[in-house]
Design a protein around this ligand. Structure first.
Ligand SMILES: C[S@@+](CC[C@H](N)C(=O)[O-])C[C@H]1O[C@@H](n2cnc3c(N)ncnc32)[C@H](O)[C@@H]1O
Length: 212
């Protein structure tokens, strides 16, 4: 199945293989210090302790995984992504993280072996069945009481920006995405015992916490 899923999303992976060269620069210019504050907020909310095993899912160039290692040096961190280009950039940032090339919907990780799964600004890129398989995989790898923390852009309040936001989601091939965003809490409740939503310090992103 992993092979098929990687083929299904070939263009998306190729897009990220190329975008990897500019990704950190674009994020820095676009959001300045905001993305750093958000990453710190996300990691702190996860309450990661020494010895915990943590996955940064769809890690991209690894910024969240690296933040975990800085704040919790004794955590065992896995950064997982399906783009070789993004992972190559991530590897340049740290040798103390286990970088894994895999699709989110098929994790090469043992059942109930992980304390925390983080996913920052990537979950909305998954579509249809892939999204459900991914949630199933996250639940499978988490220990009982393990946490899933999902950070995403909040739906913009301004009408014009909201329209651009929906166009972006649509253009990513995420045709059922808008429906998902409207009922994401209900979907997550199918997989997690407890689900709650928190605002980020900037108010422009949201954090959803699911507890197994
Ligand atoms: C917008 S970037 C976010 C990267 C990082 N989490 C951050 O906050 O900077 C989205 C990442 O998700 C990865 N991605 C998208 N779909 C994926 C999938 N099905 N499996 C694994 N990685 C995926 C892309 O390769 C890309 O690196």
């Amino acid at each position: 199945m992993a092979g098929n899923l990687l083929t299904m999303r070939r263009w998306r992976r190729k897009y990220y293989d190329i975008f990897a060269k500019f990704y950190d620069w674009v994020i820095r210019v676009h959001s300045g210090d905001v993305s750093e504050r958000l990453r710190e907020f996300l990691v702190k909310k996860a309450s990661i302790k020494d010895g915990m095993r943590v996955i940064d899912l769809c890690t991209g160039t690894g910024s969240v995984a690296v933040k975990v290692k800085i704040l919790c040096p004794r955590a065992c961190v896995y950064g997982i992504d399906f783009s070789k280009g993004m992972l190559k950039k991530a590897m340049e940032k740290s040798k103390d993280i286990n970088w894994i090339l895999a699709t989110a919907a098929f994790l090469p990780i043992k059942d109930q072996s992980i304390d925390v799964v983080l996913c920052s600004h990537a979950f909305y890129e998954l579509k249809g069945a892939e999204r459900f398989w991914t949630l199933g995989e996250i639940k499978r790898v988490l220990k009982p009481e393990g946490k899933f923390l999902l950070m995403e852009h909040e739906v913009p309040k301004n009408r014009l920006i909201r329209m651009l936001y929906y166009i972006r989601i649509f253009s990513m091939g995420f045709y059922d995405g808008i429906g998902f965003i409207k009922r994401e809490m209900d979907v997550l409740k199918l997989f997690f015992r407890k689900v709650e939503k928190l605002s980020s310090p900037t108010g422009r992103s949201k954090l959803i916490l699911g507890v197994k």
